[in-house]
Ligand binder design. Structure first.
Ligand SMILES: [Zn+2]
Length: 160
């Protein structure tokens, strides 16, 4: 499976700069291991709005070069979402860091991507201030292919 170009992306992500800065901060604090967690928010057909994130334990055997989100945390979130289907903090994706690499999907990331879920890759860097485009990238698996997503950083993501 290949990563398709941005132009073909049908889903745009809206996320507050404050959330991105905090996720990058988590990735930096967790160095040298890969950090990971869940992206929470809500979706319609064309826009995914991230309203919160939930850091999770990385339970991979070698956390320096891999990540595996604690499955109990995912299960707990999915149960909470079924109990409250109108919540604006539903599971809409996952994030993890590439401590020594770029914010691009690895072949493993592509094969392991969950259909219909956002994937945020964060690349921590020695420059700990500010957000630059190459420090994070969003991808979306639509069931057939993985797409690079357009990102609209917002000061205050609108809540339902
Ligand atoms: Zn990865």
């Amino acid at each position: 499976m290949n990563v398709s170009s941005k132009q073909e992306s049908a889903l745009t992500v809206h996320i507050g700069n404050d959330l991105l800065i905090r996720i990058v901060g988590q990735a930096n604090r967790d160095l040298p291991i890969e950090t990971c967690g869940m992206l929470l928010g809500y979706r319609d057909r064309t826009i995914a709005t991230v309203t919160a994130f939930a850091p999770c334990r990385n339970v991979a055997p070698d956390r320096l070069v891999a990540y595996e989100i604690d499955p109990d945390a995912i299960l707990k979130q999915i149960r909470a979402d079924s109990a409250e289907p109108e919540s604006n903090k539903r599971l809409i994706g996952f994030y993890h860091s590439h401590p020594t690499g770029s914010a691009n999907l690895s072949p493993h990331d592509i094969s392991a991507a969950w259909p219909d879920m956002l994937q945020l890759i964060v690349s921590p860097s020695t420059n700990r201030t500010g957000l630059t485009q190459n420090r994070f990238k969003f991808f979306w698996h639509n069931g057939d292919s993985v797409y690079a997503m357009d990102v609209v950083p917002t000061a205050n993501p609108c809540l339902h």
